[in-house]
Design a protein around this ligand. Structure first.
Ligand code: PLP
Length: 377
């Protein structure tokens, strides 16, 4: 059996090596390292894939969130509502821009923003909502968009973990995640579902005016060369990364299929176990399984982690500290939040290896090792 990794990028690369190598070689031969053809091709390809009118590539998923908030002209002190149960980047940029992060609960079934908690957190200072499609499952966007509409709030989707996922509305219409809010953002960090071989990110919008502004902000606020109309930043996707992404975008749907197959295998192995809750699949969401995350009840989670490690099976806690308990947010009253569901989940979640290269033997070995530990006590 091949060694098991949380994410097996080596094996995935081996299958596309010749295509990737020649795409990178092209960039080297043309020396078009910044804003070359590979980047414009990729932006067009990703727009076609997601159905977004505009795709603005940028340097990483954190910048994508920052640029989105800058383009919406949010002012210091404006409140931005995010789930506390997320990767730090979602909330960090809010504070960086001197906006006020407001943390809300997630639904323990979906791990995504709880619309009820969201509604309760809205104040006259609220300007934007940032739902996160955590672990590859869409947040309940129809309800979130309805609430945002009622209160005149912007919705910025953090789609870093769910590129390729699709949302189905009650009337049956569908849209790709990242294209439902006024702006969507994503990350091409190597371990993401569509990852490059370094850092990368992108911003989505259907709004022509906003698209122009996002593009300018990502490039020093420049309207034409050396004319800077807005305060911006330097956040570009490298041509070499775009070249890699052009190859991988073609495989994205196959990658998602492989992840869903691995998830099916795990689901089947852990079905109806009294101590294990397998990932819920919301009917409106096409889950793309960025992570495969279990909720354990009455199991020594650290013990399981060590047991698996001794069998050369990695496992991870995403995330060990929710935003409201990070020291970073002490000045924003983080510690005063009462987010019982978030704390409850934080103590019980564990993520198993999830990637495109898991084979039957590996999945069998991981599942039986997990069950061996949980059933022996
Ligand atoms: C990875 C990630 C980001 C940040 O992306 P980077 O490219 O690493 O900056 C933001 N939000 C979520 C939910 C993520 O998983």
């Amino acid at each position: 059996m091949r060694p098991i990794q949380m994410v097996d990028l080596k094996q995935q690369y081996a299958k596309i090596k010749s295509e990737v190598d020649s795409a990178i070689q092209d960039v080297l031969d043309n020396a078009s390292f910044i804003q070359g053809k590979a980047v414009t091709d990729f932006a067009a390809g990703l727009s076609a894939y997601t159905g977004s009118r505009h795709t603005i590539p940028c340097a990483n998923g954190t910048d994508a969130l920052q640029i989105a908030m800058m383009a919406l002209d949010l002012q210091p002190g404006d409140e931005v509502i995010t789930p506390s149960f997320t990767y730090v980047a979602t909330t960090e940029v809010v504070a960086l821009l001197r906006l006020k992060p407001v943390f809300v609960e997630v639904d323990p079934k979906t791990f995504c923003m709880d619309p009820y908690s969201l509604e309760k957190a809205i104040t006259p200072k609220t300007r934007a909502i940032v739902p996160v499609h955590l672990y590859g499952q869409s947040a309940p966007m129809e309800e979130i968009l309805r609430i945002a509409g009622q209160h005149g709030l912007y919705v910025i989707e953090d789609n870093a973990q769910a590129i390729g996922s699709q949302y189905t509305f009650a009337d049956g219409t569908t849209k790709k995640t990242g294209t439902l809010g006024i702006i969507g953002t994503t990350s091409f960090f190597p371990s993401k579902n569509l990852g490059c071989y370094g850092d990368g990110g992108a911003i989505f919008t259907d709004d022509d005016t906003l698209a122009g502004k996002l593009k300018m902000i990502a490039n020093h606020g420049q309207s034409k060369r050396y004319y800077h109309d807005l305060v911006g930043c330097n956040s570009r996707l490298d041509s070499i990364q775009a070249a890699v992404l052009n190859v991988k975008l073609k495989n994205l749907d196959d990658y998602i299929l492989s992840r869903r197959r691995a998830a099916d295998h795990y689901d089947h192995s852990f079905a109806n176990h009294p101590k294990i809750t397998t990932p819920y699949r919301a009917s409106y969401s096409h889950h793309v399984f960025h992570q495969y995350t279990l909720i354990l009840e009455g199991v020594d989670r650290n013990g399981l982690n060590e047991w698996l490690a001794a069998k050369d099976i990695p496992s991870m806690i995403y995330y060990p500290v929710p935003a409201h308990r990070q020291k970073m947010f002490a000045a924003f009253g983080g510690a005063s939040y009462q987010l019982a569901t978030t704390d409850w989940l934080t103590e019980r979640v564990i993520s198993l290896p999830m990637h495109t290269e898991l084979d039957e033997d590996q999945l069998q070995y991981i599942s039986s090792s997990v069950l061996e530990y949980i059933n022996r006590i």
